[in-house]
Design a binder for this molecule. Structure first.
Ligand SMILES: NC(=O)c1ccc[n+]([C@@H]2O[C@H](COP(=O)([O-])OP(=O)(O)OC[C@H]3O[C@@H](n4cnc5c(N)ncnc54)[C@H](O)[C@@H]3O)[C@@H](O)[C@H]2O)c1
Length: 382
């Protein structure tokens, strides 16, 4: 199959769909890869690196979209990209269609087969193509908190790990999933005192085993959140209730009881945030202050470390992308977890949650693919 990698055009997006290392894997499996010139500039991979990996370089996005049977990207396609997608072409990228009717309409009109990273599942019920970005954001949250705690940045003037003879910072992590675990790992590694709160007792037991008492765990309730947050130097918001906005667990009133110059990092801001006072910020202006508490609420944290993020994303997407390249649409029939990623197919919505959110009719994914293979099988299974 011919696989195309356009340069990302969403503002402040520096990641790339395929790294040169991933290109080599596609070539080794017998595929061709065409990469738009400068697509890897954000991760320091120039055209020469892609040529060395065996890719062809296209002078612009138009040629990539025109030549490739499958497009591999990072961010959801922008309006000029919807227009370039063609009937029967596979698109493999993050889409986040539920809150985005315009993009959904654009993809439906294109006739493409859109497989969304964020709804691909794994056997344990996880979201394997979202997890790497949560790992990155969790680890980054502690770096962000450490920066904001400095007095030059308005913080309490505290070193996360303290020094011998001086108390370290107290870091409270609300939500012990992927983000929370990686935040806790970083904070504990730096020597901070760490407490994780979660609503899931099985998860708290796993965390207790994982950290072998190096951190404290607490069941998340109104009372425990108040007690922990009031004495915290740093609070990381890392909750997720699948399919819902983040619950507002820390209210504005609670901020008044916190230490002045304490820092809250609301990683869950992409789901609306779990602090009542959160609003999304950007890397260019990441923090603001409410009632003396510094808020860091960047909605696309992994975007600030595109090199790490691109490699982490490619590690996770590679097996699924290779399956699509090897088998075409048949890969969606063979693997129910990859099929869970199928959001739009030839003008119809094939993902239940997307159809429900947008009030659009749902087409069964298996039926959609089987019908397609009957009609166009030979070409798509190439
Ligand atoms: N800002 C960014 O750049 C960025 C990047 C990656 C992920 N995220 C977001 O971070 C959030 C967390 O993602 P994740 O991958 O860790 O999710 P996850 O599903 O792995 O973990 C979420 C955890 O929250 C817990 N939880 C739910 N309700 C709770 C409550 N009331 N109190 C305490 N814990 C509660 C769950 O039990 C679960 O353990 C999501 O909203 C995700 O979209 C943001």
């Amino acid at each position: 199959m011919k696989v195309g990698v356009p340069k990302e055009i969403k503002p402040q997006e520096y990641r790339v769909g395929l790294t040169p290392g991933a290109v080599r894997e596609y070539l080794a499996a017998g595929h061709e890869v065409v990469v738009e010139t400068n697509a890897g500039a954000g991760i320091g991979a120039d055209d020469a690196a892609y040529l060395k990996a065996g890719a062809q370089i296209a002078p612009g996005a138009a040629q990539v979209f025109a030549d490739a049977e499958m497009i591999v990207k990072v961010k959801e396609p922008q309006p000029q990209e919807w227009q370039r997608l063609s009937e029967g072409q596979i698109l493999f990228t993050y889409l986040h269609l539920a809150p985005d009717p315009r993009q959904t309409e654009g993809l439906m009109k294109s006739g493409c087969t859109a497989v969304a990273y964020e709804t691909v599942t794994d056997a344990r019920g996880g979201l394997p193509l979202l997890a790497p970005m949560s790992e990155v954001a969790g680890r980054l949250s502690i770096e962000a908190a450490g920066m904001a705690l400095k007095s030059s940045n308005g913080g309490r003037g505290l070193l996360l790990g303290g020094v011998p003879g001086v108390q370290p910072a107290k870091v409270v992590v609300i939500g012990g999933g992927v983000v929370g675990t990686h935040a806790a790992r970083m904070a504990a590694g730096l020597g901070a005192e760490v407490t994780i709160l979660d609503r899931s007792l099985p998860r708290l037991r796993e965390l207790d085993d994982l950290f072998m008492s190096r951190i404290k765990t607490r069941f998340s309730s109104i009372e425990s959140i108040e007690e922990e947050v009031f004495s915290a130097d740093v609070v990381i918001g890392a909750v997720l209730v699948p399919g819902a906005s983040a619950p507002k667990l820390v209210t504005r009133d609670m901020l008044k009881e916190m230490k002045r110059g304490a820092v809250v990092v609301d990683v869950a801001i992409d789901q609306g945030g779990c602090f009542e006072t959160s609003h999304a910020t950007t890397h260019a202006d990441p923090t603001y202050v409410v009632d003396g508490i510094i808020h860091y609420c960047v909605a696309n944290m992994p975007g600030s470390v595109p090199l790490t993020s691109s490699h982490a994303l490619n590690n996770a997407t590679l097996p699924f992308g290779l399956a699509l390249a090897d088998k075409g649409l048949r890969a969606l029939l063979d693997d129910p977890h990859l099929r869970a990623g199928l959001n739009v197919h030839r003008g119809e919505i094939t993902h239940p949650a997307v159809a429900k959110s947008l009030g659009l009719p749902l087409k069964d994914a298996v039926e959609a693919v089987q019908e397609d293979l009957r009609r166009h099988g030979a070409r798509l299974a190439s």
